[in-house]
Design a protein around this ligand. Sequence first.
Ligand code: GTP
Ligand code: SPV
Ligand code: MN
Length: 672
Amino acid sequence: YYEVHNIVVPHIGPVPIAKGDFHKLPQKVQKFIAKWVDICAPRALYICDGSKAESDEIIHKLVERGVLTELKKYENCFLCRTDPADVARVEAKTWISTEEKYDTVPHVREGVKGILGQWISPPEMEKEMNDRYPGCMKGRTMFVIPFSMGPIGGPISKIGIQLTDSNYVLLCMNIMTRVSPKVWETLGDGDFVKCIHSVGCPRPVTRKVVNHWPCNPERIMIAHRPTEREIMSYGSGYGGNSLLGKKCFALRIASVIARDEGWLAEHIIASVIARDEEMKDGSVIDRDEGCRTYVVLRIASVIVRDEGWLAEHMLIMGLKNDKTGEEKFICAAFPSACGKTNLAMLQPSVPGYTVRVVGDDIAWLKFDKEGTLRAINPEAGFFGVAPGTNFKTNPNAMKTFQKNSIFTNVAETADGGFYWEGMEDEVDKNMMITTWLNKKWQIGAPGKAAHPNSRFTAPASQCPNIHPDWEKPEGVPISAIIFGGRRPTGVPLVFETFSWQHGVSVGACVKSEATAAAEFKGKMIMHDPMAMRPFMGYNFGNYLKHWLDLEAKPHKVPKIFHVNWFRVDEEGEFLWPGFGDNIRVLDWVLRRCAGEEGIAEKTPVGYIPKKESFNLTNLGDLKWDELFSIPKYYWLDDIRESKRFLEDQVGTDVPQVIWDELDEQEKRLREL
Ligand code: GTP
Ligand code: SPV
Ligand code: MN
């Protein structure tokens, strides 16, 4: 039983409110909702509270309609099969709109297609919006989701309001973010990130609905207006396209906010300098005035330094040394489907460390007053790749999603369990399985049971090794940053960069084999600088400059490393066992951070471990030399190709420091 009120919107008259009290919402929120109700014309409004009762009610409805299937083997777990045309993020249909083009994208070489973000002019965007949103929610309910990225009210946390016509999205947002009426209180009159999402299927539907999954793949448009802190997503219900708190907000919009909060102070400096010029221009400079300028400059530079922060595609994890009791935290940035979730939840194969997860996909990083880099995980759940996950590779993930979880595009066993590639040893060989495409299937049969980008959505709090401080509002201190990607050839298991600047240049050159997380097919090696290619919120050259600028006193910048779990031998077999054995690499990383000497060997690309210093206990056969070789001509080619990439894609926006670092690296390689 709900109280039913109406809100009256100018063009479409009264709209029934199925749940919540519209008139108690903050004024700015009321205006925002009314505007979009007016445009989208939903049949009702539903103001969410994020409660268990709310999720239960929605789940009940979706099971009845056949959208969700209960996985009876577990507690409160459900399977969702999407329209097979809507299974991943769509980079080609993701846009950012700013007045000035080069705020968003770098100066790409003439005739080259930019891959570091797509810009659209405000008028064009307006036109695209007008072609899509009017009436787009006809016959559907508009859900209003108040959510916080980061603990509600935390100093680094930020609030968003998502409007959506997808109840699946509501369920996932309840897991992935903090949805609560407390958000309204914390928000008050404050600003919030405006998130508008529609599957683009007003009723009566004109496009055939497949699997009870309404969507409009031909018309997908994921659009961002960073200046207005606004996200508009149309046509897709899947993952990063529709859970707008994740990539759209926590990476693209947040990276712009992170930059702006640093720039704000740069503007102060600029105006102070301008005044100084003016004064030199004939006006009398009195001592006080000069002194004040000096003080303002000093203060402003401190603000720049303190306020500049980062929104990154990174996991956060804690590693406690069992002998000394000392704990260190690290962040790692790998492209989509390259191992963040697995590393964050790592179950060590050798004793020595207690490993705990803080976050598996996104980190917001900020230097504190003491100059320590601290990170929070803005999310509240895991949206993890299912295939490859099993009790051997990632037991902690398996234990996390035994209850209260949603599985999207996985297969189902006859006894009401989930199934995907990688679970062969954990399910009876004769088990009847229904694939994600609803076909009968058995282990060993041709084809795949689950979609390669099938995912689990599970509350982070259920993870057995979640860190007790994972919701600490001020975050955890970071000792190392690790970049990595899928590199079948040439790139060693791990190397340590020579400096912050060198590390940033290595991050700028991250490449990886394409995965199923986006629309790409095949195994091409793609550039994915800083693992952020699909998530850049502004000009990538300016982003690199922002990173470089963070190395200023008293900032203690962490060491930067690069790892590659995916190097293969001539037969195409992985040279490194990965997963739980990755602790051996992290052990070396942490010992380097602690300043341990005699365990590293200098190479042209960075320091690599000395074999005798590396924990190889019980590893069996390991082709160490092959795993760590740095083939001179491969690397010379690679660096030439990377330079070419930066020239083509970032052009005049590349900071000179990056060119210098690459030149140095090339010189070191030539001398090899
Ligand atoms: P997103 O959620 O898309 O950002 O992906 P992610 O970076 O969190 O990747 P995830 O940990 O989900 O891993 C993706 C795939 O890589 C899975 O199929 C894993 O089984 C596989 N994988 C992860 N870690 C390793 C590793 O150490 N070695 C090998 N060989 N495969 C790994
Ligand atoms: C990724 O692709 O990096 C993901 C999945 O984490 S999605 O939320 O779809 O972006
Ligand atoms: Mn990700």
